[in-house]
Design a protein around this ligand. Structure first.
Ligand SMILES: [Mg+2]
Length: 233
């Protein structure tokens, strides 16, 4: 039987959009906790997003150490630990589901679709994942920092489809458009759907939020209806 699946992005898609000001304040708070220059730390935290997301650093400890090393700052274990705690607390808060996320995932499964996830993320996410409400509702999560692949690399979309046992043409991808994920998904043959997010939400990594011309929804609760319509997935 044909396996059909819906693959979701996580941040700003299943989660409540994160406010960009709050996001940047949390990075600044990490630098203060680590006792290093806030501007230098913040710049390199964003500059080194790839190393944090593709698993080069590998752990949240190493994310902090790597960023401090890049700015030539020496930090001891206690300083790293304080910064890591702020990061993990922020990540936990930023995982708050959109109001309709849990119900939508349950409906999608009830319609007979498997559920997947592709998240461009740093090491804190796979650690927190089992504690989230998503874990029980997502059949196959794929994390960039574990796979060593970042969107829009076709490899990460293929990996999600393989884990689900579904052909790309039988998969719908839903995301807020960060890292050109919608273009990436559609390039391998998935049906790609933008979920619109507020302008002030954090989308620091190469967003196609305003340039996407394909299908789009305003809320996750529109997804079950969308699956019944349009392309036969
Ligand atoms: Mg996102």
């Amino acid at each position: 039987m044909k396996v059909r699946a819906v693959v979701f992005d996580l941040f700003n898609t299943l989660t409540e959009p994160v406010d960009d000001v709050e996001f940047r304040a949390s990075v600044r708070a990490m630098s203060l906790a680590a006792g290093v220059d806030p501007d230098g730390f913040t710049k390199r935290w964003f500059d080194l997003w790839r190393e944090r997301f593709d698993g080069t650093f590998g752990t949240t400890d190493e994310d902090v150490r790597g960023v401090c090393a890049a700015m030539g700052a020496r930090v001891d274990s206690a300083a790293v630990e304080r910064a890591v705690k702020i990061r993990v607390d922020f990540s936990r808060r930023s995982l708050k589901p959109r109001a309709d996320a849990v119900a939508t995932l349950a409906q999608v499964r009830a319609l007979g679709f498997k559920t997947g996830l592709i998240s461009d993320c740093s090491a804190d996410l796979p650690d927190l994942w089992p504690t989230t409400p998503y874990a029980a509702l997502i059949d196959e999560p794929v994390f960039s920092c574990v796979e060593g692949l970042i969107k829009p690399d076709p490899g990460i979309f293929h990996r999600a489809c393989e884990r689900l046992g579904a052909a790309p043409e039988n998969c719908t991808y839903v995301g807020d458009g960060s890292n050109h994920e919608l273009t990436g998904a559609s390039r391998i043959g998935m049906r790609a759907v933008l979920i619109r997010t507020p302008e002030k939400s954090a989308a620091v990594y190469h967003s196609e939020r305003t340039s996407w011309r394909g299908e789009a929804v305003d809320t996750l609760s529109e997804i079950p209806e969308l699956l019944r319509s349009g392309r036969d997935v």
